[in-house]
Design a protein around this ligand. Sequence first.
Ligand code: F6P
Length: 321
Amino acid sequence: MKKIAVLTSGGDAPGMNAAVRAVAKVALAKGMEVYGVRRGYLGMVHDEIFQMNGSHVSGIIDRGGTVLLTARCLEFKDPKFRAIAAENLKKRGIEGIVVVGGDGSYRGADLLSKEHGFKVVGLPGTIDNDIIGTDYTIGFDTCLNTILDAMSKLRDTATSHERTILMEVMGRHAGDLALHATLAGGGDGVLIPEIEEPIEMLAYQIKERRRQGKLHDIVLVAEGVGSVFEIEKQLKEKVTTEVRSVVLAHVQRGGTPSGFDRVLATKMGAKAVELLEAGEGGVMVGIESNELVTHPISFAWEGKRKYDIRKDYELALTLCK
Ligand code: F6P
């Protein structure tokens, strides 16, 4: 295969640039032509496709966000728009596509492959860490560290005022960010969508901690559980401590990518090019037990998640006491 395209799609994640850089540089080193698609599938439909050279990816490895820009393209669910996108790629002789994004982006790639014959490779790019077939997604580690930084700052003020602070973090339907932040940041409580716990449990935990002389509580609330302000309202009826809520929101999606995310993205980007060069497609790249692996791209929505979140949740609860 001589011509490939790369795009970023869905929510941006720190490390996407490192992936794009690796795809471009490895493809160019192999003598391939590489095309960047701006604004994800939206740009594919609107023919925002340009040939890349080294200068397009120079100085981007440490930048958050995505230089290719990204979008959530609802039109792509319509075969008519996918046909237009396919035509835009075919007129340039592009045969292979690397998409960096979440499972929704993989679905788009899968349809392009089935309907129009492209070889596609999906790289997991999302802060949520919610893609089946990989232990870690590109952007998760950086986001986790941003949350940890916010937790430390909140702890200063929470302790000074002896308050309970609820911090809502992203993750869509996954609790990985909230749970890992609790483990790594010494959180004092955690609510995740995968495990239902009555609010009374959290209230009891907070009261017990205060009885032991603890001066503050930082409780991580995954957005998938529901609005943190609703949880605050319920909690206030059950505890006597002052409660405040913080929504970290899009702050957690930005920032320079961590070393871990850059290495992960770089290795995955290189792997994607190797797969396309060998004529392989219809796959996603993951990292499992520290090894790069591939799965059929549909594994992202048909497979079963390996991660046993309950075990880590129970550990977090033990440490929150
Ligand atoms: O998938 C990444 C993510 O940041 C989720 O954690 C969050 O639910 C969503 O995207 C937010 O999307 P938007 O940036 O479109 O508001």
